[in-house]
Ligand binder design. Structure first.
Ligand code: PLP
Length: 390
């Protein structure tokens, strides 16, 4: 069966060019980049090239790039850096739609380490309440951390505008840009952020490699103590092949950005328009304009997201639901709840996230499959009668 993969916000296919770039570093070029000999130095030079390629994608300088093991580690390192830099400041700010990589850490710091946390709310389009954000910043705030793009809805926060205000207050600003990098242009200098997280597997590099950008001049607190790798800022022998793969993926991402903003956006808009037209009582979650070009979160009243996914899975279609199904909870996702999406459509919400590997034929396969799936599920639903929600 042909797989139609539309779950690229969960993870992406490693690009063939990336795999080719990595292969020698699993095999014949196995030297340690810290070694004195030429054999190790060859790997070191390739890592330098990867660092440059990452820096070029986000307009950073190479010494501002720290390789990590994933987006989660980058996020944690940023927050711990802030709380080590300002141990006397006991207030933290974030939004109430963050990825668990930030949300769980903030909750942990609040529940066990005496921090007070402001979780800034969003409106029903997923847009941040800027008045509450700016009103909550005080001299006691150690860091503001906000995602650039939401993983479930694709909604974008106005990071450049926010960074300016946070900087004026003299507060550190971190952005979790894991879903944004490679999908929209990012310029850390123009944005004025102090720290930024990204993750390889969201932009066609392998899993298990990430980056934390730390603005020059700011003292980064090492999260992993050990050797002097990453300029003494993260101990541990480098994940050489993956770092080199990430470098290649960043180079490709620069070339592909216009494609994401045109062809991928067109595919997403086509899928969205067709589903809204063909399936009654369906609605898009999130702001239609301030949104990643590849993401569609769409709710179908009176059905269960998990049931839709299982039925699509039988047709080879990979998408995802916002429900916290892994935790065994039947609650819809915290993102849709924070947006106050009505319960009956939040429950039946699924996310399609595209990449430049998707085609129009694949969108047509999804469109043809989904209408009968929703129809069938509604026939069994206690919330659906005579063609409407009850
Ligand atoms: N932040 C966001 C917004 C994400 O979507 C993800 C992954 O889904 C992460 C952080 C965590 O990244 P990683 O899987 O590399 O740890």
């Amino acid at each position: 069966m042909k797989i139609v993969y539309t779950d690229n916000n969960a993870t992406t296919r490693t690009a063939d060019e990336v795999i080719q770039e990595m292969l020698p570093y699993f095999g014949e070029l196995y030297g340690n980049p810290s070694s004195m000999h030429t054999f190790g130095d060859k790997v070191d030079r390739k890592i330098k090239q990867a660092r440059q390629r990452v820096a070029d994608l986000i307009n950073a300088d190479i010494e501002e790039i720290i390789f990590t093991s994933c987006g989660t580690e980058s996020d944690s390192s940023a927050i711990y850096t802030a709380i080590h830099a300002y141990p006397e400041k006991k207030h933290l700010i974030t939004s109430n739609v963050e990825h668990p990589a930030i949300k769980s850490l903030y909750q942990y710091l609040e529940q066990t380490q005496g921090y007070k946390v402001t979780f800034v709310p969003v409106d029903n389009k997923g847009l941040l309440d800027l008045d509450i954000l700016y009103g909550s910043m005080t001299d006691n705030t150690a860091i503001v951390s906000l995602m650039w793009a939401n993983n479930e809805t694709g909604v974008l926060f106005p990071i450049e505008e926010i960074a300016k205000k946070v900087n004026e207050k003299g507060i550190l600003f971190h952005t979790d840009a894991v879903q944004a990098v490679g999908k929209i242009p990012i310029d850390v200098k123009k944005a004025g952020v102090d720290m930024l997280s990204l993750s390889g597997h969201k932009l066609h590099a392998p899993k298990g490699v990430g980056v934390l950008y730390v603005k020059k001049g700011f003292k980064f607190s090492s999260f992993l103590m050990g050797g002097h790798q990453e300029n003494g800022r993260r101990g541990g022998t480098e994940n050489t092949a993956s770092i080199i793969g990430l470098g290649k993926a960043c180079e490709l991402a620069r070339e592909n950005l216009p494609v994401i903003n045109t062809s991928v956006r067109e595919l997403r808009d086509y899928l969205q328009a067709q589903l809204l037209e063909k399936i009654p009582s369906s609605s898009v979650n999130g702001d239609l304009d301030q949104r990643l070009p590849n993401t569609l979160s769409i709710g179908f009243d009176a059905v269960e997201g998990e049931s839709i996914l299982l039925m699509l899975d039988r047709e080879g279609i990979c998408a995802s639901s916002g429900s916290a199904c892994t935790s065994g909870s039947l609650e819809p996702s915290h993102v849709l709840m924070a947006m106050k999406v009505p319960f009956k459509s939040a429950h039946g919400s699924i996310r399609f996230s595209l990449s430049h590997y998707n085609t129009k034929d694949e969108m047509d396969i999804i469109i043809a499959a989904l209408a009968p799936v929703i129809h069938k599920l509604r026939q069994m639903s206690p919330f659906w009668k005579d063609g409407k929600v009850v």
